[in-house]
Design a protein around this ligand. Structure first.
Ligand code: RIB
Length: 309
């Protein structure tokens, strides 16, 4: 039977402008389009896992405002559980200001976490049973850290497998890291957490070893154009980036994490889950936007089979 996936993380509204090129500080450039839609790393990862076929519940917080309804309307349309979307009485729903360079498909993002940066310990207590019932708990770093640490403690004591995507990059105490089963940084986040600058597979191995030495059980590092790397005490492996026509790379890491935990929830091993993550990330960049660009099970499975069977 598939394990239950709980994602405890951010929802923010993405305000995305596409532009022929990104402006330098102090410069104004004329953009070509604007879209508003659901985003936030926690929510994007939950949507990716859900569309890829996992049984997912997202815990997040929104404000009592029109942006908050973007979340609930979207989850209802997606047929996702909305029972753990907390509402803040005062704080506004978070938002992200995103610029996408049309010529490179790369982006720049500023996130204002708003309500999901104001998750109270009472909200966490209300989610305790859900967290304890999870097979896999997926976390990121876009919510307030006091709440995050409490969530980790509850899951750790209950023996839940904790997957941490440490994004956006931040330092974390070793005391917290040792409770994490699988950490999934990109190369920049891995450098912040380990001090190892990653330019090739050998560097990725060095950084992964730092995590293992801190007590993390397994490590996945996404490496952009190089692909994605996984390592545990027994084995390490790099899978190459899959060739697709990229229109928007925003949320590719979130798609990777969603596809990755879906596969883990189905009982796949680390290295098979790495490939599912790779496929889910690759498919997501072929469409504009973040949550709306997450691929569905049928397409994930068919690309997986085409590349890895
Ligand atoms: O990872 C992409 C996400 O980061 C965007 O959806 C944006 O909301 C920011 O949180």
């Amino acid at each position: 039977m598939n394990k239950k996936v709980v994602v405890f993380g951010s929802f923010v509204v993405d305000l995305t402008g596409r532009t022929p090129r990104l402006p330098v500080p102090g410069e104004t450039v004329m953009g070509s389009s604007f879209v508003m839609g659901p985003g936030g790393k926690g929510s994007n990862q939950a949507v990716a896992a859900h569309r890829a076929g996992a049984d997912v519940t997202l815990v997040t917080k929104v404000g009592r405002d029109v942006f908050g309804t973007v979340a609930t309307d979207f989850y209802k349309k997606e047929n996702m559980d909305t029972s753990y979307i907390f509402e803040d009485e005062e704080k506004e729903t978070g938002c992200a200001l995103i610029l996408v360079d049309e010529s490179t498909a790369q982006n720049e993002i500023v996130v204002i976490s708003g309500a999901c940066g104001n998750i109270t310990l009472e909200d966490v207590e209300k989610s305790r049973k859900l967290i304890e019932s999870a097979g896999i708990l997926l976390l990121q770093l876009e919510i307030n850290l006091d709440a995050l640490y409490k969530v980790i403690d509850i899951a750790y004591e209950a023996g839940v497998t904790i997957v941490l995507n440490p994004a956006p990059a931040a330092q974390l105490p070793d005391e917290v890291l040792r409770k994490i089963n699988i950490v999934t940084p990109n190369e920049t986040e891995a450098q912040v957490l380990t001090g190892v600058k990653i330019e090739n597979q050998a560097d990725a191995k060095k950084a992964a070893q730092v995590f293992l030495d801190k007590g993390v059980k397994e490590v996945v590092i996404t490496l952009g154009s190089l692909g994605a790397f996984a390592m545990n005490q027994e084995r390490n492996e790099l899978v190459e980036r899959l060739n697709v026509e990229a229109v928007d790379t925003t949320g590719a890491g979130d798609a990777f994490n969603g596809g990755f935990v879906m596969a883990l929830a189905e009982g796949k091993d680390l290295f098979t889950a790495l490939r599912y993550g790779n496929v889910t990330g690759a498919l997501s960049v072929t469409k504009p936007g973040t949550a709306p660009a997450m691929p569905y099970r049928k397409d994930v499975q068919s690309m997986y089979e085409k590349n890895y069977k």
